[in-house]
Design a protein around this ligand. Structure first.
Ligand SMILES: Cc1cc2nc3c(=O)[nH]c(=O)nc-3n(C[C@H](O)[C@H](O)[C@H](O)COP(=O)(O)OP(=O)(O)OC[C@H]3O[C@@H](n4cnc5c(N)ncnc54)[C@H](O)[C@@H]3O)c2cc1C
Length: 402
């Protein structure tokens, strides 16, 4: 008789794990709490699904799961999808997308793979209780009960709760003795002092953004920074957001608005501009370097009145201005909501699971995807982990135990 495997959660990792377990000979049942599987997948990559990245360096991952390095190193995203008939393309920055450029086709390919392998799916079924009895698992979903030889938990993290992911299994797992590293929103905007960004709302600048902890640089990301009413946003800010959630108000975000020139070069440039535009209002001094409202905010930070003549700008002002252009600091104020986050930092600690992602304390219980304490940078890393971990957990759960 084949091994009965139940997968809890019909997202990226759950669909993958279910198909993998079925392909390895198991009889698989997939339980999803929402009316349909893959709701979050449809939103990924702005509807295009950035499903992987060509640069698979483990440095792009964070958390407490060192075993993930080997799992990811052995995983080939392109081959995984082409085996299902879904072809991918890689953009100039290394991000991988389906050739169709639509997330719906990724979900379809995963559903087809699961269906063809014989996976049975039941939607509207939320796991509420889990118990091991002798060598089998009893699952409670409200009024309904199921039993299985192995269970794969693929219920995701706490980010984007409107997609069915709200950390609902964490209290149960804590009660079962699992260490849960505190879930924090990641890949999200970083809230700051509204007074410092309100006037810049809607603007975008190219900058090198550095996370400073008590003044010490922890990480720098270069790219487009967007200003919202009360936060800094954009991909490079998303990549710093886990640090903001971790360190709170001890962290500052410093923007280098002229990342391609050195301080000395900027100083010379400003002096040239001053010579050229001495008769104009100071607000025109930075025209061409920055959007007008950003330029005005920088001048204001340096105590330079925009309406006064540029002639009144002193040598010390120029020196302060160059420094501010290279380090415009914003305090971190509070934490973004999970509803604004793409991913969760934290989750089931790596030392609770084996290399096959099986529980070290309960045989036949497996974990995959964002439920585990591993989160990746922006750029396809999180989905890559979902596919890779789903494959490993699915194949291992299907294996007969002596
Ligand atoms: C807007 C947005 C855009 C994103 N874009 C990208 C991108 O382009 N590239 C990338 O790499 N990553 C992206 N991500 C992150 C990526 O989508 C997730 O990391 C990934 O989906 C996690 O997969 P998962 O299987 O662990 O969880 P999910 O895909 O979140 O699936 C978990 C499933 O479990 C179900 N569930 C939860 N609890 C239960 C329960 N008790 N019983 C039954 N079912 C349950 C949920 O309803 C859900 O369907 C994005 C995230 C968001 C929110």
């Amino acid at each position: 008789m084949s091994r009965r495997v139940i997968v809890v959660g019909g997202g990226a990792s759950g669909l993958t794990a279910a198909a993998a377990a079925a392909k390895h000979g198991a009889e698989v049942l997939l339980l999803e709490r929402l009316p349909r599987v893959g709701k979050k997948l449809l939103l990924t990559g702005n509807g295009r699904c950035n499903l992987g990245h060509a640069d698979a360096d483990f440095l792009h991952y964070h958390g407490s799961l060192p075993q993930a390095e080997q799992i990811l190193a052995r995983f080939d995203t392109e081959r995984f999808f082409s085996a299902m008939g879904l072809y991918t393309r890689t953009d100039t920055e290394g991000r991988m997308y389906p050739l169709s450029n639509t997330a719906a086709s990724v979900l379809d390919a995963l559903r087809f793979a699961a269906d063809c392998a014989g996976v049975k799916t039941v939607c509207g079924m939320q796991l509420t209780g889990l118990r091991q009895q002798d060598r089998s698992w009893q699952l409670c979903c409200g009024e309904q009960f199921f039993s299985a030889d192995a269970v794969i938990l693929a219920a995701g993290g706490s980010a984007a709760p409107n997609c069915g992911t709200d950390g609902n299994l964490l209290p149960m797992l804590r009660n079962m003795g699992y260490t849960i590293h505190r879930p924090q929103p990641a890949l999200c905007p970083v809230p700051t002092d509204p007074a410092q960004v309100k006037a810049l709302k809607g603007l975008r600048v190219r900058a090198a953004a550095t996370a400073l902890l008590d003044g010490t640089a922890l990480q720098t990301e270069t790219g487009e920074v967007q200003f919202t009413e009360n936060a800094l946003s954009g991909i490079c800010i998303f990549n710093l957001s886990r640090l903001a959630a971790q360190h709170g108000s001890r962290l500052q975000i410093s923007l280098n608005l002229l990342p391609d020139s050195g301080l000395h070069e900027t100083d010379t440039l400003l002096r040239d501009l001053l010579r050229l535009r001495g008769t104009l209002p100071a607000s025109d001094l930075l025209t061409g370097l920055l959007p007008k409202r950003v330029a005005e905010a920088v001048l204001k930070r340096c105590g330079i009145r925009c309406s006064e003549s540029a002639e009144a700008v002193s040598a010390e002002d120029i020196c302060r201005l160059s420094k501010t252009l290279h380090s415009l600091c914003f305090p971190v104020k509070g934490t973004a909501a999970f509803s604004q986050a793409q991913v969760t930092a934290g989750g089931v600690a790596g030392d609770c699971v084996t290399k096959q992602l099986e529980s070290k304390t309960h045989s036949g219980l497996f974990f995959c995807g964002e439920l585990l304490d591993l989160d990746g940078d922006c750029g396809g890393y999180n989905l890559m982990w979902s596919w890779a971990s789903g494959c490993i957990a699915g194949a291992a759960a299907a294996e007969e135990k002596p």
